[in-house]
Design a binder for this molecule. Structure first.
Ligand code: ATP
Length: 236
């Protein structure tokens, strides 16, 4: 059942006397357990759409419904709480904290999300998340000693440790080589299915599209078409 829906979402920026319309009425529903890829040429509005959907930037119009509740009408405090507890974020670069070990990065995220687990429960959840991304052996490592792919694995573990409902990924493979990119996308797809998350990912990398359940193409602030991946390959 759909739990996250954008209805007629619009975004304009002032431009002198006029305004630039960057999003022109976006309708998009994310399904649980599915990875949706957002593609389109540079400047088509992908990042703007992702950040607005994630509550990181205000829309100029429309509704963003999380379990039927309109996020655009929520007070900032409630929005912050939703971002910390129900959303997860993965970015182009991993944005790890340089002076924290891998396991401490994850523990910090548990704190931010208001986890009420005791010390043993927290340690278990951290170990489990590191295991899910194949990084338990580097739990004591600092970011400087990790490769790009390893950092992105830790960033993914950090993004899902609090079991978010929606995962936002903005070009998660942009800084990785092809082999690492495939590994990271395989991981995102596996975790999306395993936890029943709704994942929205912006990507420029056509090679990554087979990992998506659905590809949504943007052009000039609008959604062009929806392509569904089926058991028989790509279908529309
Ligand atoms: N704060 C802002 N003020 C004015 N214009 C903006 C602002 N943010 C984005 N834009 C404009 O909105 C349009 C869409 O930008 P956006 O970053 O969403 O595109 P994109 O599809 O993600 O592009 P890319 O693939 O290059 O990252 C661009 O023309 C951009 O210049």
């Amino acid at each position: 059942m759909a739990t996250f829906e954008l209805r007629q979402v619009a975004k304009s920026f002032p431009d002198g006397e006029a305004e630039i319309r960057v999003l022109k009425g976006i309708d998009l529903t994310l399904a649980e357990g599915q990875l949706t890829a957002l593609v389109g040429s540079s400047g088509s509005g992908k990042s703007t759409l992702l950040t607005i959907a994630a509550g990181l930037q205000e829309a100029s119009g429309g509704e963003i419904l999380l379990d039927g509740e309109d996020m655009t009408k929520m007070p900032p405090e409630k929005l912050r709480s939703i971002r910390a507890t129900r959303f997860g974020f993965v970015f182009q670069s991993s944005h790890l904290v340089p002076f924290l070990t891998a396991e401490d990065q994850l523990a910090l995220m548990l704190d931010v999300s208001g986890s009420r687990l005791d010390a043993a429960g927290r340690a278990k959840q951290v170990a489990e998340a590191l295991g899910l991304v194949g990084m338990e052996h580097r739990r004591k490592a600092y970011p400087a000693s990790l490769s790009g792919g390893e950092k992105q694995r830790i960033a993914i573990a950090r993004a899902i440790i609090h079991r978010p409902r929606i995962l936002f990924a903005d070009e998660p493979t942009a800084s990785l080589d092809s082999e690492r990119s495939h590994e990271i996308l395989g991981l995102l797809r596996k975790l999306t299915q395993a936890f029943g998350m709704s994942t929205l990912m912006v990507t420029h990398d056509g090679e990554m599209l087979p990992y998506a359940d659905r590809v949504v193409e943007m052009r000039d602030g609008r959604i062009e078409g929806h392509t569904w991946r089926t058991a028989n390959g790509i279908g529309t």
